[in-house]
Design a protein around this ligand. Structure first.
Ligand code: ATP
Ligand code: MG
Length: 180
């Protein structure tokens, strides 16, 4: 199964972001459906089903020690990465503890899978893919508040109508772990 760790963007906030995107940005490349908005903490890639329990146990153990207290992110910045052609929305800053968590989850993923770990963490919600040129700045700067109280292990499935994500397990922040 194709897995990644992520922060979820709740439905109402995702709709607000999609509305802002529609009003403030031209149609660039392929817009990501609002239902797919998320912030990736660590991408694991293909993991055999048989490794799932061990993976979750490792996260349980790490989350007890490492999961940061619940926190808020202010999504107030946009960015463009030319090489993957990604246009994104994200926070200008985030707690160090979130970065530590992302790194730890990437390390656990690397034990159970084979994906190379990413060194640089940039919290972001992908808004468009396949975006060939740098988009114009939005007239109305984004300023969305995201309350984060859990992180999720998500399965990514490729379907006829594109990719969809499905939560496999979740851990509460601040209070140790809580398997979904
Ligand atoms: P698609 O690949 O169909 O365009 P997607 O990229 O959203 O859709 P996945 O490739 O399954 O779906 O990726 C799931 C999440 O992991 C996304 O946030 C994606 O950006 C991220 N991701 C995918 N591949 C990598 C990678 N090699 N390194 C870091 N993050 C990745
Ligand atoms: Mg992809």
């Amino acid at each position: 199964m194709r897995l990644f760790f992520a922060l979820d963007i709740p439905g109402p906030l995702a709709l607000d972001i999609a509305t802002w995107r529609e009003q403030q940005l031209p149609l660039l490349g392929r817009p990501v459906p609002a239902a797919n908005f998320h912030i990736t903490l660590a991408f694991l890639g293909e993991i055999p089903d048989s490794r799932l329990d061990a993976l979750c146990q490792d996260v349980d153990a790490a989350a007890e020690k490492l999961a940061p207290a619940a926190f808020e992110l202010q999504l107030d910045q946009v960015g463009y990465w030319p090489r993957p052609g990604i246009y994104w929305l994200g926070p200008a800053s985030w707690p160090d503890s979130l970065e530590h968590l992302a790194r730890k989850l990437g390390g656990i993923g690397a034990i159970h899978g084979h994906e190379k770990r990413r060194e640089h963490f940039q919290a972001h919600v992908t808004l468009f893919r396949g975006c060939e040129a740098a988009p114009p700045a939005p007239a109305l700067a984004p300023d969305f508040r995201l309350s984060c109280s859990e992180f999720l292990l998500m399965e990514s499935r490729q379907g006829k109508r594109g990719v969809s994500y499905h939560p496999v397990a979740g851990w509460e922040l601040g209070t140790g772990f809580n398997p979904a």
